[in-house]
Design a binder for this molecule. Structure first.
Ligand SMILES: Nc1ncnc2c1ncn2[C@@H]1O[C@H](COP(=O)(O)OP(=O)(O)OP(=O)(O)O)[C@@H](O)[C@H]1O
Ligand SMILES: O=P(O)(O)O[C@H]1[C@H](OP(=O)(O)O)[C@@H](OP(=O)(O)O)[C@@H](O)[C@@H](O)[C@@H]1OP(=O)(O)O
Ligand SMILES: [Mg+2]
Ligand SMILES: [Mg+2]
Length: 357
C-alpha cells in the first residue's frame, strides 16, 4: 500500500480519567487527518480478539491486562506496544525510577543535576532520628510510598518536620530530603524526541528556624496536579510567582531527557525537576511518570500526532536503515515558544530496534 493511502490503527487502553483527558475530539480529528485512527480497546473482551492494531497505547494496571498485552505482542510481533511493560516497570518503584538519573553522564559547565538524598524504609521500627542522621538526612524529610503504581495511595505523601512525625510512616516508603526550591516545580514532558518544560505550583519552602513550631507532619497528595479552577485563578499564579520564575537551562533539560530516553528506552514520560535553593544552579529530578497528563501540554494534539505518525512509519519501513532515518516530517507544529526544545536526534546503537515491542 502506498504511503498516501496507508492508514494506521492505534488501540488505546486507558483508565477512565486518563481517557477523558487525553482522548479529545481535537486529537482524534488531527490523527484521522494524518491517517491514524485511534480506537478504544474493550478491556472486558480478550485483547487478541480485537484489532488488528498497528500500535497499542496503554496505561492500565493489573496482571490480567499485563498477560493479555504480552500474549497480543507474541501473536502480533509487528504491532508496537507503546511502551513495553518491562520498560515501564522501572518507574513503578521510586528507587529504581531515580537510580537511572544518577547513572546519566552529562557534561554541563554552568549547572549541575542529581537527585535528592534518599533512603528506603521497609520496617517502621528502624526509623529513628539517629537512623536519619546515619543516612545523611535531616528534617524536614518527605515520605513517599515506595511503589508508584498510579493508585491514589501511591501519591499520598508526608512532609515530616520532626521525630514525632516519623511515627506516622507506613513502610515501605522512601524518605527523601526536602529541598527548598521556591515553590515552583518544572515538569518536563517527553514525547519521543520532543521535549517541553512547563512550570507548576509546588510545596512552599520550609524555614528551618520554624521546625520546632510546626506540626510534626503535613500530609499532601499531587500538589502540582492543579484542577481547572485553580489553573484559571490569576491570583493563584501571582501568588506563586510562576511567571517570573526562570526556567532551568533548556540544554540541560534536553540532555537529561535524551539520557533518560536512552537509558529507559521509554518514549512517553515526564520528569519533575526542582531548583535547589541552597545552590541555585543545581537541579534535582524528584519524580518520573509514565504517560503523564499530556493534555495539559500546549498543542498536545499535534505533538502526539506527529509522534504517532513518526513511530508508525518507522515501524513500517522496517528496522534496517534506521540509523539514517530522521523522520518527523516537516515542522512538529509546536513553535519555538518558551520551554520548547528542538527535536533531539534519536541515536541508536547498532542493530538496536528503534521502537521496543
Ligand atoms: N525532595 C523534594 N523536595 C521538595 N519538594 C518535593 C520533593 N519531592 C517532592 N516534592 C514535592 O512534592 C510533590 C509530589 O512529589 P512527587 O512528584 O514525587 O509525587 P507524585 O505523587 O509521584 O507526583 P505526580 O503527580 O507528579 O506523579 C512534588 O510535586 C513537589 O511539590
Ligand atoms: O491526571 P493527569 O492525566 O493529569 O496525569 C497525571 C497522572 O495521572 P493519570 O495517569 O491517573 O491520569 C499521574 O499518573 P499516575 O502516577 O497516577 O499513574 C502522574 O503521571 C502525574 O504526574 C500526571 O500529571 P502531570 O505530571 O502531567 O501533571
Ligand atoms: Mg511528581
Ligand atoms: Mg509521580
Amino acid at each position: 500500500m502506498s504511503e498516501r493511502t496507508r492508514r494506521y490503527v492505534i488501540g488505546y487502553a486507558l483508565a477512565p480519567k486518563k481517557q477523558a483527558s487525553f482522548i479529545q475530539i481535537s486529537l482524534l480529528n488531527l490523527a484521522k487527518e494524518r491517517g491514524i485512527d485511534l480506537i478504544k480497546i474493550d478491556t472486558d473482551k480478550p485483547l487478541t480478539d480485537q484489532g488488528p492494531f498497528d500500535c497499542i497505547l496503554h496505561k492500565i494496571y493489573g496482571d490480567d491486562w499485563n498477560c493479555q498485552l504480552k500474549q497480543y505482542g507474541t501473536e502480533n510481533p509487528k504491532s508496537l506496544i507503546m511502551d513495553s511493560l518491562e520498560k515501564i516497570e522501572r518507574l513503578h518503584n521510586r528507587i529504581s525510577m531515580l537510580q537511572v538519573v544518577t547513572e546519566l553522564e552529562i557534561e554541563c559547565k554552568t549547572s549541575s543535576f542529581g537527585i535528592p538524598k534518599q533512603t528506603v524504609i521497609y520496617d517502621a521500627k528502624t526509623v529513628t532520628a539517629n537512623y536519619l542522621e546515619n543516612e545523611g538526612l535531616k528534617f524536614p524529610v518527605i515520605a513517599k510510598p515506595l511503589v508508584a503504581d498510579g493508585s491514589l495511595k501511591s501519591h499520598k505523601m508526608l512532609l515530616v518536620f520532626n521525630k514525632d512525625g516519623l511515627r506516622k510512616l507506613k513502610p515501605p516508603i522512601v524518605l527523601q530530603e526536602f529541598v527548598n526550591h521556591g515553590g515552583v516545580i518544572f515538569k518536563v514532558y517527553v514525547v519521543g524526541d520532543y521535549v517541553k518544560c512547563v512550570k507548576r505550583k509546588s510545596l512552599p519552602d520550609v524555614n528551618e528556624d520554624n521546625l520546632g513550631r510546626l506540626e510534626s507532619y503535613l500530609s499532601f497528595s499531587q500538589v502540582s496536579n492543579l484542577n481547572t479552577c485553580e489553573k484559571k485563578d490569576d491570583k493563584y499564579y501571582k501568588l506563586m510567582n510562576l511567571e517570573n520564575s526562570e526556567l532551568p537551562p533548556l540544554g540541560l533539560l534536553g540532555d537529561i531527557a535524551r539520557g533518560l530516553r536512552r537509558a529507559t528506552k521509554l518514549h512517553l514520560f515526564n520528569f519533575d525537576v526542582i531548583r535547589d535553593n541552597r545552590v541555585g544552579n543545581r537541579y534535582l529530578v524528584i519524580d518520573i511518570n509514565y504517560f503523564p497528563g499530556y493534555a495539559k501540554m500546549p498543542n498536545y494534539e499535534r505533538v502526539l500526532t506527529d509522534f504517532f505518525w513518526d513511530v508508525l512509519n518507522r515501524n513500517d519501513m522496517g528496522f534496517k536503515s534506521l540509523k539514517e532515518v530522521r523522520v518527523l516530517v516537516g515542522n512538529n507544529g509546536c513553535g519555538e515558544d518558551e520551554g520548547t526544545l528542538p527535536l533531539l536526534p534519536l541515536t541508536m546503537e547498532e542493530n538496536e530496534k528503534p521502537i521496543q515491542v
